[in-house]
Write a protein of this length. Sequence first.
Length: 145
Amino acid sequence: MAYDSKGTVNKVILIGRLGQDPELKYTPSGAAVVTLSVATNTSYKGQDGNYVENTEWHRVVLWRKQAEAAAQYTKKGHRVYVEGKLTTRSWDDKDGIKRYTTEIQADSIQFLESRADSSSAPPPPPPSETHVAEPSPEEGDDLPF
């Protein structure tokens, strides 16, 4: 049965900085995959008149040639432009508990800096407990490949 998707859009556009160096992995069938941790920042003026910065972390998945290119040409702190769609997937962890994650399946990525560039802006701060939108590192270990 085919479903009609008229009137709906699932589109994500991000410009952000990598929170860590990409780590290239391969599925059992040989497909290259990279999961990027991309930080975007917003700021606002708090009640005390001082600016407050908020970092949001996004999990971005790249496949095949794009994954290999990202692993080769980007590193922690580099800015990237990503277009893709939100997807949610589930798996059973090592204890048999069903886990879920929402991530961005990238359709395209543009590298806004070369690997040789030294970024003038510092890399984003590590996620804090109040601003983390990224799954825990253990979650990545339970991927089905």
